[in-house]
Design a protein around this ligand. Sequence first.
Ligand SMILES: *Cc1c(COP(=O)(O)O)cnc(C)c1O
Length: 392
Amino acid sequence: MKCADSIEARSVEESFINLDPIQAAGRLTPEAMKAVISWGDGYSVCDNCHKPFRLDYVNNPPIADFHEEVAKWLNMDQVQLVPGARRAFQEVTGALVGKGEPVIMTGMGHYTAYLSVEVVNGIVREIKPTPDHHITADAAAVSIENATREFGYAPKLVFVDAVDFMYGNFHEVKEIAKVARQYDIPVIYNGAYTVGVLPVDGKKLGVDFVVGSGHKSMSAPAPSGILATTTEYADIVLRTTRIQGDVTGRKFGIKQVGILGCSLMGAPVVGLIASFPAVKERVNHFDEQLKNHKIVTDALLSIEGTKVASEYPRKHTMTRMDTTESFDRIAQIHRKRGFFLSSALGKRGITGIMPGVTKQWKFNTYGLTTSQAEYLADSFIEIAEENSMVIG
Ligand SMILES: *Cc1c(COP(=O)(O)O)cnc(C)c1O
């Protein structure tokens, strides 16, 4: 089946159990899929855009209500829709960081966070992760102290990953925010792996910005994301236009500068809204996701030599495995080399683990049913047995 001459219809989610770490929680709900088809036309959501001509004032579809609901849901004061978490970072650095000014980043930060500092010509100073891959408040205090001494003033911003993309570990967000507060430095909570999969309370965490990714964790089309902030920082980061044409005197009402007026239109915004009731509900059942995840990690750990490289017991469904002493041993002697694993999984209708990799690899079981998790667990055991590995 084809969408166009050169574009195949995609059927990965229909044909496979997909373990891709970045795709699992972004898979569309049926409601979002319908919304995408119905509202896919360019400026579709502008049908009912009236004065003051701003996206977050549109009532049909209910974009205005959505903004309010998301702010309440995250326990923050204001929300802006953005094309991806990275654009939220960029908007914040754009408003708060000047040329040559330092920003505190965790050593496990996403490349987009680093680039959001680079795009404003800022400078990154990292928080060193512990040997077991955690970012602590103590280490954050050291970085902030060092940067303050180096630059002669406090850093302009602190980035913290709630759950990092490397190990899926949880970090001391609340404690780091407390340290940053002592220096009056605003904190970005990077919820790319949390907003939309587990409960997040921005005020309780004491952060100034909560960032979520629609296409990673809110079952929304790309590009989509959330920037939530406090009343204090809304005045700065979500500021409205004041520019004026010098010849014509033109002004542009209350358009927001940081997103150049309007951000998400059409499929991304309506898809995000359509999934929201399901997303709001599912964050209350993350424990069930963890139970299913454990079925799979238990099976993997029963294969001799296999380790979980992430913190353990697992608190997130995205996990880094270390199979250097198990699957990688087979890869050394197998005719297909490292590809034996992805190939054996593929035969069983399982995809999303990086092909050819058998030392350390990541997977995400978010959204799998219990029977899918059991099937996955059995599949790993079967593959181990086929290769005469020892099951403990
Ligand atoms: C995926 C990811 C991002 C980028 O998210 P986008 O919504 O694609 O911009 C940022 N930070 C972390 C930790 C991520 O995992």
